[in-house]
Design a protein around this ligand. Structure first.
Ligand code: NAG
Ligand code: NAG
Ligand code: NAG
Ligand code: NAG
Ligand code: NAG
Length: 695
């Protein structure tokens, strides 16, 4: 039947539970009739079986073919190279077998190609080198053999290349190490061997390099020091030998460095104690010698691994290494009587034993290597690039600016990659808090999905064209803007833009339902921390979606410890007028703080007054007003526009009175609920679950 829709441009059914039956991809055949089709998106469903060969008969207008995360098996159909305009092809996380068709090299317009986590075998075709526009290429997690074709070096726009977790042999071709835009290069867990090429001089933008779990040998090339943007360098489990090159001292932005399980010798370089961003350093199981430095990373026994180097000494006492000065030891031997040595020896051994016991216990508990947040996000979200966002927003033009917040700007833009109009939040990174907020928001949004929570579509962590850090979040676009502008329309806007009683009630329920989900239904409770009308957005059907998770906190499952988690890492925890009083007094962040803000929001919606209005300057505030008016004079504090409503449609006085009395009844409940939300003592406030039920 779909074949009758001959003018169809985009067919997007991703993120559902479709499929699971026989021949469930038959729709592809009917879509071959749609001669203008340019997007075919059915990723994240349950489609299974073999991909119909008719896929090759789809319109040559097709630019996006997205079918990742299904259960599709069989080979990649030949003929796919006929789709000459394809720029975006993602088939990852399926069960594809067979080899990568070498004719794929004909798809000259390909920009993103993702085959990761399938069961592909054979070699990587050399013709991939013809894909000169490719900037993201993922083949990791397959069973590919042979060597890495040097022709990949002609893909001069590559930003991400992942060949990890295959069965590749041979060396890394020199050509691969001259790709200026490359940010991420992963070849870990293969059987690659030989030395790394000596002249790595064209990877100035590299942020992550992972060559671990291979059979590389030789020295660490000193030219690695030219990759000054490196944040993560993983070289563990290889046969690297020699000294740790002094030229690595220029990698001042390193956050994670793992050189463990190699054959490195010489001293631990001093410059490592000057790397201020280093959070993880693993030098264990090498042949390093002499003294361990004592500053920065070397003070943090949890972030540092040096075991399995028999010739190391010194360092902080926690490391339980022997002291260093050999000269001093020799002198002692002469000066001290034998008994003294024995006794002090016993004491040292005993205390070392005890110390190591506790250390080991502590270590086992604490040490869990954190994976970079962004790369794990990549699994969940589509990653967008700076160039794509630049294009989508018409160069971040002011015509597309739809919001300005404390952490940056929000633009409207059509993102080709997903074929949707989106809201793109670009973070001001000059502000230290913005970067924290980005990570906070990513963490919070990574795991949540709810009808009343703004959906994140994509993230971008990159560098702009002049080399500055650039971070952005891409959300679904909410055409009706924020609740704030609906409760407080501008002077010039008509009364018709004002929300009616039922609409307000629906919004109240939507927001309560989002909070109820965050507090009670997530893996760990999430506290939003910045609930206010400008963070509640309305879609085209006036359904409310809670947004802006920049300050959100996730608590550990251990509810007893809930509030003591990361509570004070960010100074300000909310917006004036909405923030719970205990936060201002250094109190801990908890779900009850959100309940307070919700109470204020509810009152604001039905009174039409902001908690920050001038009226509320001296002592009086919005919630006192509510308490004073409840219950007899509630009708006096209601938004006057609501009372005018209905005049239009109501014919008789009787109906009017009937409506008034029902509204009054409703209003009483609403005010009562809001009062129960801002009780002074946090734990005596209502839970969102109860609020939700009452509403
Ligand atoms: C394609 O369109 C023609 C004309 O509308 C129709 O007769 C035919 O059945 C369609 N084919 C498919 C596969 O839907
Ligand atoms: C596409 O359809 C035509 C006619 O229906 C058929 O002859 C051809 O083999 C199909 N496949 C390709 C790759 O064109
Ligand atoms: C790739 O390009 C070369 C020449 O640039 C050409 O000989 C070869 O046929 C092309 N391969 C494919 C698969 O298009
Ligand atoms: C480690 O390096 C030493 C020389 O520094 C060499 O003699 C030894 O064979 C190497 N071991 C391995 C397993 O490569
Ligand atoms: C350091 O590396 C070794 C060997 O690769 C590994 O066993 C150990 O767990 C690592 N240490 C930490 C703290 O991750």
């Amino acid at each position: 039947m779909l074949g009758k829709l001959q003018a169809l441009l985009r067919f997007i059914i991703g993120d559902n539970h479709l499929g699971g039956e026989k021949d469930d991809m038959g729709f592809i055949t009917s879509l071959t009739n749609c001669s203008n089709l340019n997007f075919l998106v059915f990723g994240n469903n349950r489609f299974s079986g073999v991909l119909p060969y008719t896929i090759a008969n789809l319109s040559t207008q097709l630019t996006h073919l997205v079918l990742q995360t299904n259960q599709i098996s069989g080979t990649i159909p030949s003929g796919i190279e006929n789709l000459a305009n394809l720029s975006y092809l993602t088939m990852h996380e399926n069960f594809f077998t067979g080899s990568i068709p070498s004719l794929l090299g004909k798809l000259q317009k390909l920009e993103v190609l993702n085959f990761r986590k399938n069961r592909l075998s054979g070699t990587i075709p050399e013709s991939i080198g013809n894909l000169t526009r490719l900037y993201r290429f993922y083949l990791d997690g397959n069973d590919l053999q042979g060597s890495i074709p040097w022709s990949l070096g002609t893909c001069q726009r590559l930003e991400v290349l992942s060949l990890a977790r295959n069965n590749l042999h041979g060396t890394i071709p020199k050509q691969l190490l001259y790709i200026p835009p490359l940010r991420v290069l992963l070849v870990n867990m293969n059987s690659l061997s030989g030395p790394l090429p000596l002249d790595i001089d064209g990877l100035q933008n590299l942020e992550i390099l992972d060559v671990s779990d291979n059979k590389f040998s030789g020295e660490i090339p000193s030219t690695l020091g030219t990759c000054t943007h490196l944040e993560s360098l993983y070289m563990q489990v290889n046969f690297f030998q020699g000294n740790i090159s002094s030229s690595l001292s220029s990698l001042k932005g390193l956050e994670e460095l793992d050189l463990s399980h190699n054959n490195l010798s010489g001293q631990i370089p001093r410059y490592l104690e000057e790397f201020q961003f280093l959070q993880y350093l693993n030098l264990s199981f090498n042949d390093l010698e002499a003294d361990v430095p004592e500053h920065r990373i070397f003070q943090n026994a949890n972030a540092l691994s040096i075991q399995g180097n028999r010739k190391l000494c010194g360092g902080i006492t926690k490391l339980k290494l022997p002291p260093c000065s050999k000269l001093a030891l020799k002198k002692h031997k002469k000066a001290l009587p034998l008994i003294g040595i024995v006794i002090s020896g016993v004491i040292v051994v005993l205390s070392l034993f005890l110390l190591s016991y506790f250390l080991a216990r502590y270590w086992l508990k604490k040490s869990s290597k954190k994976s970079p947040i962004i790369s794990s996000l990549g699994e969940r979200f589509l990653e967008a690039t700076y160039a794509e966002l630049l294009k989508a927003t018409d160069g971040f033009s002011s015509a597309n600016l739809i919001g300005v917040g404390s952490f940056g700007f929000v633009y409207k833009g059509f993102l080709d990659q997903i074929g949707l109009t989106t809201a793109i939040k670009v973070l001001k990174l000059q502000q230290q808090r913005a970067s924290k907020s980005f990570i906070g928001e990513c963490k919070a949004l990574r795991s949540i999905r709810h009808r009343n929570i703004v959906k994140i579509l994509s993230v971008c962590s990159s560098i702009d064209f002049i080399g500055n850090d650039f971070k952005a979040l891409v959300f679904e676009y909410m055409p009706n803007g924020s609740l704030d502008t609906w409760i407080h329309p501008n002077e010039e806007q008509h009364n018709s833009t004002c929300l009616n009683f039922i609409q307000r009630l629906n919004v109240a329920i939507d927001v309560a339902s989002a909070l109820d989900y965050l507090h009670h239904d997530c893996e760990a409770p999430i506290v939003h921390c910045e609930l206010k009308p400008s963070n509640v957005l309305l879609d085209e059907d006036m359904v409310a979606h809670v947004g802006d998770f920049g300050l959100a906190r996730i608590f550990s499952k251990d509810v007893g410890n809930c509030s003591q988690a990361q509570s004070s890492s960010i100074g300000i925890k909310g917006s004036i007028g909405y923030v719970a009083p205990e936060y201002g007094m250094g109190g801990e962040v908890s779900t009850y703080g959100d309940v307070y803000s919700y109470g204020i929001l509810l009152l604001e919606m039905f009174t039409g007054k902001r908690p920050t209005d001038d009226v509320f300057k001296d002592n009086l505030n919005l919630h006192q007003l509510a308490r004073m008016a409840f219950p007899e004079r509630v009708i006096e504090i209601i938004d006057q526009r609501l009372l005018l409503e209905g005049n239009v449609n109501i014919s008789s006085n009787e109906d009017y009175n009937e409506m008034r009395s029902r509204m009054h009844e409703c209003l009483l409940s609403l005010v009562r609920i809001s009062i129960s939300c801002f009780v002074e003592a946090p734990k005596e406030r209502s839970e969102m679950r109860d609020v939700m039920l009452e509403l």
